[in-house]
Design a protein around this ligand. Structure first.
Ligand SMILES: Nc1nc2c(ncn2[C@@H]2O[C@H](COP(=O)(O)OP(=O)(O)OP(=O)(O)O)[C@@H](O)[C@H]2O)c(=O)[nH]1
Ligand SMILES: [Mg+2]
Length: 426
């Protein structure tokens, strides 16, 4: 497993087979993303290594000749990262031949999630995902090794042989069940908190979703004035945080920040992060944040749309936000903006680093929720002035006129809130 890399970074090779179905651009983008992932884990990528092949080699992912080349390259490296999910036997054979540790893309992502998980819920979710990834690998590894062989995986006991594997498998199953129970309990708690919050605050909620590193947390900070973690790392955020839009408008809007997506997000993680994302799915509006300065933005946009569909969010209204436009030179930025607007009418093109852009985004969010608001006149007799505060709390007051018997307010508010007020007044 990955060691602590505090003092000397481990030297890694980013390696991949290019299949006929993958275009050069796609392949390059994925490989450079693997290098980003490696950097996030604290590795220093010292070389990349690629091969075009009709299919992965069944025995060891790369073809035999290429494995010789990789072996020579691996003399100056500590670990080889493979840009696909490979089987345990492929990993083991490759490791044996090239003489250094091998980690596949799924394992790399799981490791990052493992390191970045802070809250109890995120830790439990990541652990389930890791165990889910390990379990079938242990079975296969045990089969390969035979009854006396040693296992490759370090989960559970360290013993060798079939009986130990049985034991480990049961341990894994029990542990997953235990974690699942823990998560269910936390979910129940969260649902209670959420319904209390909704009862007291109405339902204006927006969720920031998007590819990892798109700038969701940065926007969250800018929109809500909160101090949440922003980092130039992949998967910096693993928990959903909820804060109120600041300065507050009418209606009061709650913003949630969520875990980022990535190409080939291990399915174990999609499943385990579903509960974290559920909160986002209950939003009335999704802000899909895309890094407009990334050459791979189209692919990242598509991956996110696909994951959103996969988790059942296809019906939630969506606003497309192209972020980081400041990273392009002014002329390129202007061209890009035109192109993006043509492709995606109604999208927002902005930089989280520009206050005026953030203010515009805030207005767009408020406008979305305001379109459901209705205008009305309320007459408040002088004898019912104790309700004045409530009018200002729940409505946007457009005009106030004083008369002999009381004050008349022209207001904009949610239909429900108006009904409640009218009942209270009469
Ligand atoms: N130049 C520029 N950098 C930005 C902008 N928005 C965010 N960043 C930077 O991009 C990096 C990632 O930002 P985050 O807000 O952590 O991204 P995220 O989408 O929350 O990422 P995950 O939590 O990993 O999914 C940080 O280094 C930010 O400072 C922007 O508009 N312009
Ligand atoms: Mg984040």
């Amino acid at each position: 497993m990955v060691q602590d890399t505090q003092d000397k970074p481990r030297r890694a090779i980013a390696a991949a087979v290019q299949l006929p179905g993958a275009s050069d651009a796609e392949f390059e983008a994925s490989l450079s993303e693997l290098q980003q992932l490696a950097k996030t884990l604290g590795f220093e990528v010292v070389a990349t290594f690629t091969q075009k092949r009709a299919r992965f080699d069944q025995t060891a992912y790369f073809g035999a000749g290429k494995r010789e080349e990789l072996k020579a390259l691996a003399e100056d490296a500590d670990i080889a990262l493979v840009d696909h999910e490979i089987s345990p036997s492929q990993a083991r054979n490759l490791e044996k031949e090239i003489g250094c540790e091998v980690m596949d893309r799924t394992m790399v992502i799981l490791e990052i999630f493992h390191r970045h998980a802070r809250s109890r819920a995120a830790r439990a979710q990541v652990e389930i995902a890791r165990l889910g990834y390990m379990a079938p690998r242990m079975r296969e590894a045990a089969k390969l090794a035979g009854p006396q062989g040693r296992q490759r995986s370090g989960v559970g006991g360290r013993g060798a042989g079939e009986s130990h594997t049985e034991l480990d498998r049961r341990k894994i199953r029990d542990r997953i069940a235990e974690l699942q129970q823990e998560i269910n309990a936390m979910d129940a708690e969260r649902r209670t908190r959420r319904s209390r919050r909704q009862a007291s605050e109405g339902l204006a909620r927006v969720a920031l979703v998007g590819y990892t590193n798109a700038g969701k947390s940065t926007l969250m900070r800018a929109l809500t004035g909160s101090e949440i973690l922003v980092a130039d790392k992949l998967f910096a955020t693993l928990d959903t945080t909820v804060r109120a839009l600041h300065p507050e408008g009418k209606p009061r809007v709650l913003v949630s920040d969520t875990v980022g997506f990535i190409k080939n997000l291990p399915h174990e993680l999609v499943a385990s992060f579903k509960s974290t994302l559920d909160e986002a799915l209950e939003a009335s509006l999704l802000l899909h944040v895309v890094d407009a300065s990334d050459p791979g933005w189209e692919r990242q946009h598509l991956v996110t749309e696909n994951v959103l569909d996969e988790i059942g969010a296809q019906d939630v209204p969506r606003m497309l936000v192209f972020n980081k436009i400041d990273r392009l030179a002014p002329a390129a930025a202007a061209d890009k903006e035109v192109a993006l607007r043509t492709l995606h009418p109604g999208c927002i093109v902005m930089s989280a680093r520009r206050e005026e852009d953030v203010a515009k985004l805030r207005e767009a969010i408020l406008a979305f929720f305001r379109k459901d608001l209705v205008e009305a006149e309320l007459f408040l007799p002088w004898t019912a002035q104790q309700l004045r505060g409530e009018i200002f709390d729940t409505c946007e007051v457009l005009e106030e006129r004083s008369g002999n018997d009381g004050a008349t307010f022209r207001v904009r508010a949610e239909a429900e809130a108006l009904k409640r007020l009218k009942r209270a007044i009469s």
